[in-house]
Design a protein around this ligand. Structure first.
Ligand code: KIV
Ligand code: ZN
Length: 513
């Protein structure tokens, strides 16, 4: 897509792997980034911001590999305005069929004074120099004035003008701290377009953070004012309260085409799978009432609503669940279901597994069906999440027996595998969960502290699987682990192990920086 402001095409720029990964505790492995990039490209995302190549070797390698594998999508890397950042970024994206360098510098008084410790003239000089350098390396250069919405208007115009003169092809206007509101943000984009010479030669872009819950509204207001690229993330992941959620932006444009006359190339039936993948990879659960992809987004509880729905779904649904990839029926199979039906079901849930992974998933499914009468879609998704999370990790769960109840002490007998060796621990605790976590600490001594422990039911019923989230924190690094099992204590042990594996990967990554 290479549209200008006079048409109705909106470029969807996904920054889940860059801004999203900056979310505390949300980092992704190399393999996870490749899977996500494949999914985003297959879904029709136009620009994938795959990382910040100068930040670490891991980021550099992920951006390079995503660039190599890309077909249609523009692959973008982020760079500060320094010569070394821009060279590193160019080196990473150069393998892409359509490479882009996105370079930025802060322009607001507070950022220039306290963060950059640079005067306005030095910043202005850096804008022209950095964009010109990037433009010598690739044809597609995006420039962002960080904290644009708190920047003095005349200075913002000067910087943008300098970026356009130096060859920028996209001008992005970040609401870095989520401070703006729709009317103001739209007015800013419109006034900039009207004021800056040659503004019609570039694509204007929105990048809105959600600190006031206005990121999607601001992005849409920006589009109404002439922006033709919207930067967003799956599930709204991102720094602090996150970025504009891709699925919300896309569905708002789809459902309200009557008054928001824009189109995107996104295959909306993949939105649910994308949300699920990002939640699995990061360990961040999706809020139940989250728009478009939350568990309750299409659930109708009250009698009046259910009655209306039975008469005509349009009474309470403004879009169909299948439009965003949510299957209508959720009751799937029992223990007599065969391998073929299981494979079809997995594909319909967005998991086209290879032979080995399918065999393993089928064994897990049979085991679950023996323990649980009805196996729902959500159970299967939880099952496959656990399988993918455990694959190739350092620490693996084997077996657990727990003594719980009102007569203490509660105790755990745990068997796990650590670096290929089996470890057995017998521990007591202040309650069964504490006993289980003490057993893990015995086999894998570590300094990380438990920062969050949360239990949800995957489906309804007393035999529902428990989905446990565990967040561990160690000297500024956080990792979220998640796992499910009909036994809450087994799920707790697996979730803790999952978090520990992720923490381990993150610590290795930090050593690399
Ligand atoms: O929020 C922000 O300002 C950013 C820039 C780097 C574009 O993420
Ligand atoms: Zn941002």
């Amino acid at each position: 897509m290479s549209s200008q402001q006079d048409n109705s095409d909106i470029i969807i720029f996904d920054t889940t792997m860059r801004d999203g990964e900056q979310s505390p505790g949300a980092s992704m492995s190399h393999a996870e980034k490749l899977d996500l990039a494949d999914l985003l490209e297959g879904m029709g995302v136009n620009v994938i911001e795959a990382g910040f190549p100068a930040a670490s070797t891991g980021d550099f390698e992920a951006v390079s590999e995503i660039a190599r594998r890309s077909k249609e999508a523009v692959i973008c890397g982020l760079a500060r305005s320094t010569e070394s950042d821009i060279n590193r970024c160019a080196e990473a994206v150069r393998h892409a069929a359509r490479p882009r360098i996105h370079t930025f510098i802060s322009t607001s008084p507070v950022h220039m004074k306290h963060k950059l410790r640079m005067g306005a003239n030095a910043v202005l000089e850096a804008v022209g120099r950095s964009v010109a350098q990037a433009r010598n390396l690739v044809d597609d250069v995006e420039w962002s004035p960080e904290d644009a919405t708190r920047t003095e208007f005349d200075f913002l115009c000067k910087c943008i003008d300098a970026a356009i003169v130096a060859g920028a092809t996209t001008i992005n206007i970040p609401d870095t701290v989520g401070y703006s509101h729709p009317e103001e943000y739209g007015r800013l984009i419109r006034t900039l377009r009207e004021t800056i010479p040659n503004s019609d030669k570039v694509i204007w872009s929105t990048h809105c953070h959600n600190d006031l819950g206005l990121a999607v509204a601001n992005s849409l207001s920006g589009a109404a004012a002439g922006a033709r690229q919207i930067e967003c993330t799956i599930n709204g992941l991102g720094e602090r309260a996150g970025n504009a959620a891709l699925e919300e932006v896309v569905m708002a444009l789809n459902v309200r085409r009557d008054s928001l006359p824009f189109k995107t190339e996104i295959d909306t039936t993949k939105l649910s799978a994308a949300s699920h993948m990002v939640s699995r990879i990061t360990g961040f659960p999706v809020q139940y009432n989250k728009a478009i992809v939350g568990k309750n987004a299409f659930a109708h509880e009250s009698g009046i609503h259910q009655d209306g729905m039975l008469k005509n779904a349009e009474t309470y649904e403004i879009m169909r669940p299948e439009d965003v990839g949510v299957a209508k029926t959720s009751l799937v199979m029992g223990k007599h279901s065969g391998r073929h039906a299981f494979k079809d079901k997995m594909i319909s849930l967005g998991h086209d597994l290879d032979r080995e992974a399918l065999n393993e998933a089928f064994v897990r499914f049979k085991d679950l069906a023996d323990r649980k009468k009805h196996v729902f879609d959500d159970d299967l998704l939880a099952l496959i999440d656990d399988q993918l999370a455990a694959a190739g990790e350092r620490i693996g769960f084997d077996r657990l027996r727990v003594v719980a109840g009102s007569e203490g002490p509660q105790s755990a007998h745990l068997e796990i595998t650590v670096d290929g060796d089996s470890c057995v621990a017998e521990t007591n605790g202040n309650g069964p969960v504490d006993a289980v976590f003490n057993a893990i600490r015995t086999c894998v001594p570590h300094a990380a502290k438990l920062d969050l422990f949360q239990v949800h039911a995957v489906t309804g019923g007393t035999d529902a699987q428990a989905e446990v989230s565990v967040r561990l924190k160690d000297t500024g690094i956080m990792a979220m682990g998640r796992a499910s099992d009909p036994d809450t204590l087994v799920a707790s042990a697996k979730a803790y192990i999952n978090a520990l594996n992720k923490l381990d990967n993150r610590q290795l990554k930090r050593l690399d920086q």
